[in-house]
Design a protein around this ligand. Structure first.
Ligand SMILES: [Zn+2]
Length: 306
């Protein structure tokens, strides 16, 4: 047992090697990274994390930096997000709402939320990407460039979005505690994060499961382990659902096809830009939609409150 290897979710020093993975998605490095599974809470985590190599492991063609392209899938996503946000903001009775998107880039999700509910007027983004600042301001959002732990304000937010963020951070408990500090009394924190207790996570365990997003996903939670971490930060799960993990299936399948010599993934054309990526995502979205009726799919939504 290595005492310096601490579970970022529960703090346990008791963990064992789970698998090894590398960056087959963006090819930023050939290095192999080791994932461990916490023996106490069953979270899976990367150790050590490449915390000083962010500019190397997040290449300039990283998908969340790219402009949202007009496509059929993007339209469906917008429609679903709008419906989802309306169900969240509908619970508030106040005349105006404030929202913070941590890791929100130029504010694409905040734009959708504002189009779903015009009461969302006061919007703020905290993100590490200096290039997103201009776009965020153009979209009418405030912007702080830095880590959420460094952001300080007297303002409290009704809605805090952390969509596919918590798995990327070094200290998830600190990030959740900071989000709680920024939350209004009746406010909600909306989290989307991969579920490592899913069938495809086990099926592709030794084959770079898409959800590993190696080496950019540093902690992968189960429903139970995430709720434990949230509780430590003084937050309770008000709502929970598993949601479809089609992009992980599509990514895992492309790796599988590449192993068979049928496709090629390069640094210049990473997984997300491969011509088969969109059709595979569409196919697996249908598959996971049906499967989600009786099984745990590989992404989770949490709505947290104080
Ligand atoms: Zn743990």
């Amino acid at each position: 047992m290595n005492n310096s290897r601490i579970c970022p979710c529960c703090g346990s020093t008791n963990s064992e090697e789970w698998t090894k993975a590398t960056d087959r998605e963006y090819r930023t490095t050939n290095e192999e990274f080791t994932l461990y599974r916490c023996s106490e809470c069953l979270s899976i985590f990367l150790h050590p994390v490449p915390v000083h190599r962010l500019s190397e492991i997040y290449p300039s063609n990283y998908y969340s930096f790219a402009d949202q392209k007009k496509s059929f899938i993007a339209d469906i996503k917008t429609w679903l997000d709008k419906r989802f946000f309306r169900s969240l903001t509908g619970k508030f009775t106040s005349q105006s709402l404030s929202a913070l998107d941590i890791g929100g880039g130029v504010g694409w999700e905040l734009n959708v939320m504002q189009s779903a509910d015009t009461r969302v007027q006061n919007t703020m983004i905290v993100d590490l990407d200096p290039d997103a600042a201009e776009g965020a301001k153009k979209n009418g959002h405030g912007y702080f460039c830095g880590r959420i732990e460094e952001y300080s304000t007297v303002q409290k937010f009704d809605i805090i979005l952390m969509l596919n963020l918590i798995e990327h951070v070094e200290f998830p408990l600190e990030v959740l505690s900071k989000a709680r500090e920024l939350l209004s009394d009746n406010g909600i924190i909306v989290i989307k994060t991969p579920n490592c207790d899913a069938w495809d996570a086990r099926l592709f365990k030794y084959k770079n499961w898409g959800g590993f997003h190696c080496p950019r996903h540093w902690t992968l939670f189960t429903k139970e382990s995430f709720e434990l971490c949230a509780k430590k930060a003084g937050l309770n799960a008000k709502e929970f659902s598993y949601t479809q993990g089609a992009p992980f299936w599509a990514t895992s399948t492309l790796f599988f096809l590449e192993n068979m010599g049928l496709v090629s993934i390069t640094r210049e054309r990473p997984v997300v830009y491969h011509p088969l990526y969109a059709p595979l995502t569409g196919l697996f979205a249908g598959f996971d939609f049906a499967r989600g009726l009786f099984a745990k799919t590989s992404q989770m939504f949490f709505v947290l409150g104080k």
